[in-house]
Each structure stands twice: as structure tokens, then as C-alpha cells.
Design a protein around this ligand. Structure first.
Ligand code: GDP
Ligand code: MG
Length: 159
């Protein structure tokens, strides 16, 4: 079986830990516990008749990816950049942040996603998608929307 290291990055409180917990354990909690350092969880997904073991690195939130310890990012096969669709501050620097990753991690794919889509007023989703056209996907760790699809998508890119 192939194993792939995926690092989840993004500002504090955007839902990185919640997304991983929804995907791996299928649970959600409204309590906010700050991630300290890095947590690593694993889950296997099936794509294209292959099994891919995703090793998910849940990093401490930071407004600037350059502040993440270099050791955490070594050997990464894919990045997921998470922002919170209700807080523009979490996506206003997305271009420079993803550029930093592209410059330093040549050819490592990056999926950019907007979490907390459940907080968008019903009926405003397609409008919001247009406004956030730089994002690959909108997801909700709380309700589970698109979470499985997100991790299958990155596994497919890498398998
Ligand atoms: P992290 O700092 O990026 O790891 O963020 P957390 O996963 O700890 O989540 C921060 C806060 O946002 C917590 O209170 C979560 O319950 C909440 N949260 C995370 N994902 C969602 C979501 O999809 N919808 C809603 N409504 N709240 C969420
Ligand atoms: Mg966290």
C-alpha cells in the first residue's frame, strides 16, 4: 500500500482539526481546543482500485505558513490550505501563502478549501462560490459536506 503525507495548514480556528476528526472519526465538537505542535492521524482511502494510506498532519494554526516548523513540512506529498468562509482574514493572504508553498515545495499539489459552509445562509452558496473562486471546494466539518470528497480528491491526485 502506498502512503502519502498530507499537511493541513491555515489560520487559527478555521477548522483544520475538525476536518480531520470528521474524516477519520466521523465526529464533530463545538469546543475549541487549540492544537499544540502537530497531531498525526491516518486513514486509508480507496481510489482508482488502489488503497492509499493518508497520513494527515494537523498543524498548529498560524497566520503565516513560514512560521511552521520546517521539519513538519519535509517530505510532504500534498497540502490542504483551509480557510473559514465566514472570516475574510483567513483567506485574504491565500495567494502569497500558496505561492510560498509552490516556491518551496516544487510540484507538491495544494488544495485550497473553504470550511464552515454550513454557516452560509441557504441560497447564498453559489454567490459565495463565485466570490471565492480561488478555492477548489467548500466543505463543512460540522455537517460533513464534501469532507470525504476532499480527501478522496487529494488521494486521487497523488495515487
Ligand atoms: P483549527 O484551529 O483550524 O484546528 O480549528 P478547529 O478544528 O479547532 O475549529 C475551530 C472552531 O470552529 C471550533 O469551535 C469548531 O467547533 C468550529 N468549527 C470547525 N469546523 C466547523 C464547521 O464546519 N462549521 C461550524 N459551524 N463550525 C466549525
Ligand atoms: Mg487545530
Amino acid at each position: 500500500m502506498i502512503s502519502k503525507k498530507i499537511v493541513i495548514v491555515g489560520h487559527f480556528g478555521v477548522g483544520k482539526t475538525s476536518l480531520i476528526r470528521r474524516f477519520v472519526e466521523d465526529v464533530f465538537s463545538a469546543d475549541y481546543k487549540v492544537t499544540i505542535g502537530v497531531h498525526i492521524l491516518k486513514k486509508t482511502v480507496h481510489v482508482n482500485d488502489k488503497e492509499v494510506n493518508l497520513i494527515l498532519w494537523d498543524t498548529e494554526g498560524t497566520d503565516d505558513i513560514e512560521e511552521i516548523r520546517k521539519a513538519y513540512l519535509l517530505g510532504t506529498h500534498g497540502f490542504i490550505f483551509v480557510c473559514d468562509v465566514t472570516r475574510p482574514v483567513t483567506y485574504q493572504n491565500i495567494e502569497s501563502q500558496t505561492q510560498y508553498l509552490k516556491d518551496n515545495f516544487n510540484k507538491v499539489p495544494i488544495i485550497s478549501i473553504g470550511n464552515k459552509s454550513d454557516l452560509l445562509p441557504k441560497g447564498s452558496i453559489s454567490e459565495k462560490k463565485e466570490e471565492l473562486e480561488f478555492l477548489d471546494m467548500l466543505v463543512s466539518a460540522k455537517e460533513g459536506n464534501n469532507v470525504q470528497r476532499l480527501f478522496e480528491k487529494i488521494a486521487k491526485l497523488l495515487s
